[in-house]
Design a protein around this ligand. Structure first.
Ligand SMILES: [Zn+2]
Length: 243
């Protein structure tokens, strides 16, 4: 038996390279400041964030009078039901309460080994419709692609990949875990708002979102296309953009 100097060298070299690479590489689960890594696989914890709440109603449909905060909570609960016992599913809020965006970020990061999906409904010019999906981190790209495809399959609006957007928002840039923000459709569009008013439609959206989460856990990024380049940009601040 000879001294395994080769193994020792390989180990030392591996450790040296890992140290050089620094944050942003390595494991695809757990916290990571930048998220410059492949998307997560085999994760067990899913945080569903119902957008807005309490004093913050979000968008209000002038067609149905429904408030975004109520629709996001309803959809979040449906997603939790769809995920069943396959995951430990945590709702950021399960009633009509106001939670600051930075507090949502802190709660998500505290969880560590989890993914975050923030659920919203959109508002804009009256002719615009269709789901939109926002991500920023490299490790959130695959999940964003899956979520967007799944919502598009449910929506009669043809937004295709126009609605998959890399954008630095507080809930896409700041959490230190994979995180995606979905907009289920436009409350400002007459027909789409009436569609969203329908509980059966929200149920189909929730099933689509849960299916995308399940696929990401089973397959990782497989089939979601090349990863986007890493970006180095500061944390999103309240003064950056309207969220
Ligand atoms: Zn919103």
């Amino acid at each position: 038996m000879t001294f395994p100097y080769k193994s020792v060298l390989v180990l030392a070299l591996t450790a040296f390279l890992a140290a050089c690479a620094g944050p942003g590489t390595g494991s695809s689960s757990g916290r990571d400041y930048w998220g410059h890594r492949p998307g997560p696989k085999n994760f067990k914890t899913v945080i569903i964030d119902a957008g807005h709440g309490g004093k913050d109603s979000g968008a209000v449909s002038r067609w149905t009078r429904q408030k975004e905060k109520d629709l996001t909570l309803d959809t979040a609960k449906r997603i939790r039901r769809e995920l069943g016992t396959d995951f430990k599913t945590i709702l950021m809020r399960d009633d009509d309460q106001f939670i600051e965006l930075d507090e949502r970020v802190a709660q998500a990061t505290r969880r560590g080994d989890a993914i975050l999906v923030s659920v919203h409904y959109n508002s804009g010019p009256s002719h615009v419709r269709g789901p939109e999906t926002y991500y920023w981190r490299v490790d959130s790209h695959g999940l964003a692609v899956r979520l967007h495809r799944a919502m598009n399959a449910v929506s009669p609006a043809e937004s295709a990949n126009r609605g998959l957007v890399r954008r630095r928002l507080r809930l896409t840039r700041n959490p230190q875990i994979p995180c995606v923000l979905v907009e289920g459709g436009y409350l400002s569009h007459s027909a789409e708002s009436k569609l969203i008013q329908n509980a059966a439609y929200r149920q189909r959206l929730a099933e689509a979102i849960a299916g995308a989460i399940r696929a990401q856990s089973a397959l990782g990024d497989a089939g979601t296309g090349p990863l986007p380049p890493p970006l180095y940009e500061p944390l999103s601040r309240p003064t950056d953009t309207a969220e």
